[in-house]
Design a protein around this ligand. Structure first.
Ligand code: MG
Length: 363
């Protein structure tokens, strides 16, 4: 060993004994996801979505994260990227094994911006479970055979296009139909003209008063609809309680249920909650919501936004815990950069590889 080599080795040893961890690198990119069909709900209509993709690399392992900003909560991808950039020095210097403490610190530093928080949480959890060499579901102690069926969502469209979309969704045993307009009866009639499958219906806050909601739901009950999501605006909790006592299928809160603290006050007004990583800020917070809802004897659903396989696969790893899944966001995307969870005869099939189990898409 030369004197120079000896000095270098001694310096490295001193750094290691001082606990100086190798720094991580975190990069954030805005990715444009193109939709297979124009996607229309009561809230909006779009041809593409801009999501935030994160890469957290340390010790030669890269954890992937995704944030799908929700316009309803004044989020966009550029704002999400600014948040991640502002947290980058902190996250690159932090110890990822303290992921629980880390996401709490992120929550304390940043107001709102739940999609960006979800991207950070997902990337950390992917990294940690890859380093542990286990799939995320296994780290959580779950059985991958317990995944539920996922619905395939049919956005609002003309009766002709609706019929076409329902035919294309032949492989899915349960469909989720977006309603909430004056044309609801026409939409359901179009669906029913081509399939007898069980349906779930999402009004996305579209019915504006409790009488209309009860009328619509009672009619939907006669059409083989097995549950309805967010019939009225999120703030109408008292009205939702009134509606619930007059209908015979489960009513699930979505827009009314963002965070764990929302759940107790919804327990009397809804039968269940739709939990999304992008609403609450990631995997760890979603787990808290699932447990809280279960402890209040509520049904649990895992939903998603328009997302690539990163976000949808992250949610799918939690799906053995829930009653219903609506995890089809990646299937609506034409240029998904990754492959992860798949769907077989409607059932979610989790990848068995460590972490989220993502791969670059073959296309
Ligand atoms: Mg919904």
């Amino acid at each position: 060993m030369t004197r120079r080599e000896w000095l270098g080795a001694a310096a490295a040893g001193a750094a290691a004994s001082a606990g100086a961890a190798p720094r991580a690198t975190l990069s954030a990119e805005i990715v444009r996801l193109k939709l297979r069909h124009t996607w229309t709900t009561v809230m909006s209509s779009s041809e593409y979505r801009d999501n935030l993709h994160l890469r957290y690399t340390r010790d030669g392992v890269t954890g992937l994260g995704e944030g799908a900003p929700i316009v309803r909560y004044q989020e966009d991808a550029a704002g999400g990227r600014r948040v991640v950039e502002s947290l980058r020095p902190f996250l690159e210097a932090a110890d990822p094994w303290r992921f629980s403490k880390l996401v709490r610190e992120v929550a304390a530093r940043v107001k709102g911006q739940y999609a960006a928080k979800a991207a950070i949480d997902i990337a950390l959890m992917d990294w940690v479970t890859q380093r542990l060499g286990v799939p995320l579901y296994r780290y959580l102690g779950l059985d991958p055979r317990d995944t539920p069926l996922t619905t395939f969502s049919i956005g609002i469209d003309t009766p002709e296009v609706t019929r076409q979309k329902v035919r294309e969704a032949q492989a899915f045993p349960v469909l989720k139909i977006k309603v909430g307009l004056a044309t609801d009866e026409e939409t359901i009639a179009a669906v029913r003209s081509v399939t007898k499958k069980p349906l779930r219906v999402d009004a996305n806050e579209g019915w504006k008063d409790k009488e209309e909601a009860v009328r619509k739901i009672n009619w939907l009950e006669s059409q083989g609809v097995e549950l309805v999501e967010q019939p009225m605006p999120a703030g109408m909790i008292e009205e939702a309680r009134w509606v619930r006592s007059r209908v015979h299928i489960p009513v699930i809160a979505d827009e009314a249920c963002l965070h764990p603290a929302d759940i107790p006050r919804l327990a009397e007004a809804f039968d269940g909650v739709n939990i999304k990583l992008m609403k609450c800020g990631g995997i760890q917070e979603a787990l808290r919501m699932i447990e809280m809802a279960k402890s209040l004897n509520m049904k649990t659903m895992l939903g998603c936004m328009i997302e690539s396989s990163i976000g949808v696969t992250a949610a799918a790893h939690l799906s053995p815990l829930v009653d219903y899944a609506d995890l089809d966001g990646n299937l609506l995307v034409a240029n998904d950069p990754y492959a992860g969870v798949t769907v077989k005869a409607g059932k979610l099939v989790l990848p068995l590889r460590p972490g989220l189990g993502l791969r670059k898409a073959a296309n």
